[in-house]
Design a protein around this ligand. Structure first.
Ligand SMILES: NC(=O)c1ccc[n+]([C@@H]2O[C@H](COP(=O)([O-])OP(=O)(O)OC[C@H]3O[C@@H](n4cnc5c(N)ncnc54)[C@H](OP(=O)(O)O)[C@@H]3O)[C@@H](O)[C@H]2O)c1
Length: 291
């Protein structure tokens, strides 16, 4: 029987690319989206089922999980993500679901109160086959994410010290997720995926300056200044504090870890930062939802 895979966050950075990779593998995909209008603009209706979905609207869960064999869970980056996901996570075991795959982040197991870790623990208790994929920070944070403003103004202000990070291209994360969702041997595993090189924010800024031929600098600011910058972007107070907590391990060098996992599972290397910049910014190959 052909399996149907539900992709949450299908209009987002990782979800959209995962849908494309799954379709290339001839999988049957159901996209769970908050905005049908946005999904239409992105062309999701042409190739897959689309269903309206909001973690905050439990009355829609029955329809969302109808006919679904596997689920990819992508949580919105929000300090309250665990509370937001509880009703959906509680509903999943009421349906016949064969596998739950969750996109988490590297290092979350150091802190049991981290909301991503709380989601992991809840999924592990479900008694359903599951796979947890912990990725290191995305390269896309610089180009389409919360650091992109700073990059375009020429100064990246972040409290990351001189700690290095083995960044992942989120397109590689999506490809990894598509493999875990379509091959048999990944059930009940935790994968920690990183890039093959660790670079500091200083090195990232000078690589961007060189590749993009612009003046781009890194300013290592204290938490107070980073808090101010994030608040000015309209990010909620709780989520700002959550984001600050993610950068404390970076300053200590803990995000520099390099694992062989991506290479072992996909039998190829993850993209390097320079490759990512050349493809997505110089050649403008879309790395994320293109609308
Ligand atoms: N950025 C990093 O460096 C990094 C590293 C490791 C792990 N992660 C994890 O990756 C995840 C984010 O992935 P991403 O970059 O693909 O995020 P993204 O581009 O911001 O996409 C988030 C998706 O979630 C959807 N969404 C938001 N609120 C929702 C709700 N209430 N109900 C249902 N869907 C909702 C969004 O829908 P709309 O399109 O309608 O807004 C969007 O499709 C986070 O859980 C983060 O912890 C990030």
């Amino acid at each position: 029987m052909i399996e149907k895979i539900l992709v949450t966050g299908a209009t987002g950075n990782v979800g959209f690319k995962t849908v494309q990779d799954l379709l290339e593998k001839k999988a049957f995909v159901k996209c769970a989206v908050r905005s049908v209008k946005k999904a239409k603009k992105m062309g999701l209706f042409f190739s897959s089922d689309v269903v309206k979905f909001d973690y905050l609207s439990p009355h829609g869960f029955e329809l969302v999980l109808d006919d679904v064999d596997k689920i990819l869970i992508i949580a919105p980056l929000d300090a309250n993500m665990y509370l937001m996901l509880i009703p959906f996570l509680d509903y999943i075991p009421k349906r016949y679901v064969k596998q739950v795959v969750f996109l988490s982040a590297l290092g979350v197991d150091r802190d049991e109160t981290n909301p991503l870790r709380q989601i992991e623990l809840k999924i592990q208790k479900m008694k359903i086959a599951h796979t947890i994929v912990r990725s290191n920070f995305f390269m896309q944070n610089f180009t389409t994410g919360f650091l992109s403003d700073g990059v375009s103004k020429g100064t990246i202000k972040i409290s990351a010290g001189e700690g290095a990070t083995s960044f992942m291209d989120s397109r590689d994360v999506a490809e990894f997720l598509s493999v875990v969702l379509t091959e048999q041997e990944h059930e009940n595993k935790i994968y920690e995926i990183t890039g093959n090189e660790a670079i500091t924010y200083n090195q990232a800024a000078s690589t961007m300056a060189e590749v993009l031929k612009r003046d781009i600098k890194y300013l290592d600011v204290n938490e107070e200044e980073m808090r101010r910058v994030l608040k000015n972007k309209g990010i909620s107070k709780d989520t700002v504090e959550f984001m600050l907590s993610l950068y404390r391990p970076v300053r200590k060098g803990l995000a520099a870890r390099i694992t062989p996992t991506f290479n072992e599972v996909l039998r190829k290397n993850p993209r390097k930062f320079e490759e990512f910049l050349n493809e997505t910014v110089v050649k403008k190959i879309p790395s994320t939802a293109f609308i």
